[in-house]
Design a protein around this ligand. Structure first.
Ligand code: ADP
Ligand code: GLC
Length: 490
């Protein structure tokens, strides 16, 4: 198949969160399975162009917006799996320090930036004479594409048979902008209706794609169910319910080359399930690096997270005192909302030797926390999939999670009566529930080391592979093409 992946981020080029891991992880596995893959990204300032070996491909590409033609350049590199990675260069929109915004918030012209990018993705295919079988879009930044295919380019021979798939990585971010972004994108006024884009007088990009994409997916089966309900649906549950039979849940994979404790170059010592000695060294090095007491027996909780409401870190703030009183240590890495940053920035001074934090982005430290901690804490209010708990399972660091979305699907509750399970779970979004699960974890860690090691080993044996996920996406792409054909003749 010819597959175009249109995304706002992808590793190793540009990443803010898990979407980057997913777009960057899926593309090479589709290519390795024999498909032709174009991965299209904006050329952000942050992308290390020379390091990745990009070269100019189209010196001048005219992108027809609804308000006239805008010009850009296109660059290309072919990665070692054969993916053609294309960068769309437009200084006005993308030569900025952030992907989506800066410390003061999202860029005010984000709607225009990504409306332009969405049209550029389609124009690039036309200029390169690629007629894709499917375009796979991710979240709101590329969510205009399915509607462009249906309203704007329905009769264009390149796009006539092309299916579209929207993957929702996080329904909380919908991309709601002034209505004029739609006319700038070249979409007709009839798309600005409540059944498609209209949302209280504004244009909701994700809502439009939920109506117009041939098929929809999200990143875990449980989250796929949750978003059909009033609480998980973030105001769009009615529209998602209409498409319930077209909505699939496919768990994210993990790149074993990047996240494998046996080969991880970021770790002071490597280890595997067969020999866990290196893990104790990783703990010691982490304690030293972060200024925690060098106590090998203290249960060390790791946290790597965006500091936003979704992640439930406010519960951790409230629980910190009790955790420390029970002898735990806590190591936190993250960035996000100023209040949470300030709290976790100051907490090490209140609990010297017991709580450590780094407020910032550090891939190296993320790997070292996954490996050096005894337990991984992820108390998310909602979690479409979540990658960190999957990494922590692989790194022999049992997760303590709230049972929601992908956390529910990837972590199996530890049951002492059967000695089964891979982690600890709680259900209520309360400090008490978080403490209940965490103190249980501490108790098993301290008093039943054999049971704890069983939890560690069962987690390490699990695999969430991109091969499996890629196969499921290809199936979805085939169905999307069939749906597109049905739509065309209906
Ligand atoms: P989300 O996409 O909602 O942030 P995920 O668990 O799916 O959550 O993915 C988060 C990804 O971002 C992981 O790869 C994680 O290691 C990484 N990450 C998050 N915050 C940081 C940080 N401060 N430093 C380094 N990596 C981080
Ligand atoms: C989003 C979600 C996260 C998911 C990631 C990749 O950022 O918050 O749960 O793992 O996308 O799909």
């Amino acid at each position: 198949m010819k597959i175009v992946l249109a995304a706002a981020e992808a590793v190793p080029y540009a990443k803010v969160g898990g979407l980057g891991d997913v777009a960057g992880g899926l593309a090479p596995h589709l290519a390795s399975a024999g498909h032709e893959v174009w991965l299209v990204l904006p050329k952000y300032e942050a992308i290390d162009y020379l390091h990745h070996g990009f070269v100019p491909r189209l010196e001048q590409m005219g992108v027809p917006t609804g308000w006239g033609v805008e010009w850009c350049k296109v660059h290309e590199r072919i990665d070692r799996s054969g993916v053609r990675v294309m960068l769309v260069e437009n200084h006005h929109y993308f030569s900025r320090p952030g992907l989506y915004g800066d410390a003061s918030g999202g860029y005010p012209d984000n709607g225009f930036r990504f409306a332009f990018f969405s049209n550029a993705v389609l124009q690039l295919c036309r200029d390169l004479h690629v007629a894709p079988d499917v375009v796979h879009v991710h979240d709101w930044p590329t969510a205009l594409i399915p509607a462009l295919l249906k309203y704007r380019f329905a009769d264009d021979p390149i796009w006539r048979d092309c299916g579209s798939v929207l993957t929702i990585h996080n329904l909380a971010y919908q991309g709601t902008f002034e209505a004029s972004t739609l006319s700038y994108a070249g979409l007709p006024t009839r798309a600005m209706v409540p059944d498609v884009f209209e949302d209280n007088g504004a244009a909701n990009f994700l809502k439009g794609a939920i109506a117009q994409a041939d098929l929809l997916s999200t990143v875990s089966p449980t989250y796929a169910r949750e978003i059909l309900g009033h609480v998980g649906g973030c105001g769009l549950h009615i529209y998602l319910q209409r498409r319930a039979s077209d909505l699939h849940g496919i768990l994210n994979g993990v790149d074993d080359e990047l996240w494998n404790p046996a080969t991880d170059p970021h770790l002071p010592a490597t280890y595997s399930a067969a020999d866990l000695t290196g893990k104790a060294l990783c703990k010691r090095a982490l304690q030293e690096e972060l200024g925690l007491d060098p106590d090998p027996g203290a249960p060390l909780f790791g946290i790597v997270s965006r500091m936003v409401e979704q992640k439930g870190l406010d519960l951790v703030c409230a629980a910190l005192d009790t955790l420390v009183r029970h002898g735990a240590q806590v190591a936190v890495l993250g960035t996000g909302e100023p209040e949470l940053e300030a709290y976790f920035g100051q907490a090490p001074a209140w609990y010297p030797g017991r709580v450590a934090s780094y407020v910032g982005f550090s891939n190296r430290l993320a790997h070292r926390i996954e490996a050096g901690s005894d337990l991984f804490l992820m108390p998310s209010r909602f979690e479409p999939c979540g990658l960190n708990q999957i990494y922590s399972l692989r790194y022999g660091t049992p997760p303590v999670v709230r049972a929601t979305g992908g956390l529910e699907d990837t972590v199996e509750l530890y049951r002492p009566e059967t000695e089964s399970g891979t982690g600890f779970k709680f259900w209520d979004i309360t400090v008490g529930a978080l403490l209940g699960a965490s103190l249980h974890a501490i108790d098993v860690y301290r008093r039943r080391p054999a049971s704890f090691e069983g939890i560690v080993r069962r987690g390490m044996a699990l695999r969430f592979t991109w091969e499996d996920a890629a196969q499921r996406y290809v199936q979805l792409y085939e169905w999307a093409r069939e749906k597109r054909a049905t739509w065309r003749y209906s």
